[in-house]
Write a protein that binds this ligand. Structure first.
Ligand code: APR
Length: 235
């Protein structure tokens, strides 16, 4: 059976009320990435970094998955071995839509989790603030805890799974990413077929390399995209 890689970015969560990064009122427009999301910020700017991720974790508590998340979860449940779902997003909307944590790859980390800086133990703390925990340090080795988020300049171990998925996919579906961090134009050339869905063209993406392009909201494009995937997998 052919293999499908569905790769998403902040745009897929925009209609659920979670800010994207580079849109007009994007998250990075109001924050200095250097201070709260770059390697070393935990040492040079620990409190502001912790507070930033506490606020983002609290922000996703009441957010609900939209039709695009739900459709992708349904596809994954129908074709568990043919479809890989990888996201750059750190929110839990796919999980709220029914995806199991081990059925999806969060390439840039997961807001609900903290990670021990010593033993790398991962703790799901849901939506609370880090300092509100009854324990202040790693319950296993007493090491310092940090957000389980990949900061700019840090290693992104889950990229190994992205490379594996890219090497085996016959169709790549890219939804809601500007391509500023992951070179989705290059990824499209690794796959025989490719679909791009964004709100508008991105300076970082050459959409001529995609088989099909949808410039519309993900919740509006997803039904056609799902139909294409189903036909593709039934061949
Ligand atoms: N439907 C579909 N696409 C949308 C929607 C929507 N409703 N709203 C916005 N988009 C698209 C925009 O057109 C844009 O191309 O989502 C994309 C969002 O781009 P960015 O804000 O750059 O987010 P993303 O590409 O996910 O950022 C990648 O950069 O800051 C780091 O680690 C962070 O994972 C993030 C990475």
């Amino acid at each position: 059976m052919p293999k499908v890689l569905i790769l998403s970015g902040a745009g897929i969560s925009a209609e659920s009320g979670i800010s994207t990064f580079r849109g007009g009122d994007g998250l990075w427009e109001n924050h200095n990435i250097q201070e709260i999301c770059t390697a070393g910020c935990l040492d040079t700017n620990a409190e502001a970094t912790k507070k930033f991720y506490d606020a983002r974790r609290a922000d996703i508590k009441d957010k609900e998955p939209n039709h695009a998340h739900k459709t992708i979860v349904e596809l994954k449940q129908r074709f568990p071995h043919a479809i890989s779902v990888l996201t750059q997003n750190v929110d839990d909307l796919f999980e709220k839509a029914g995806m199991q944590r081990d059925e999806i790859v969060h390439l840039h980390g997961f807001l609900r989790e903290l990670r021990c800086r010593e033993c790398a133990m991962v703790l799901d703390i849901a939506y609370g603030a880090q300092d509100a925990l009854t324990y202040k340090r790693c319950p296993s080795c007493h090491g310092e805890l940090r957000p389980n988020i990949v900061f700019f300049g840090e290693a992104a171990p889950e990229y190994e799974k992205l490379i594996h998925a890219l090497n085996e996919c016959d169709l790549i579906v890219v939804i809601g990413t500007s391509g500023n961090v992951l070179d989705v134009t290059y990824f499209a050339q690794l796959s025989e077929y490719s679909i791009l869905n964004n709100l508008e063209p991105s300076d970082a993406i050459d959409d001529r390399y995609f088989t099909k392009v949808y410039y519309s909201k993900a919740t509006e494009a997803i039904d056609s995209i799902a139909e294409y995937i189903e036909e593709f997998l039934k061949e």
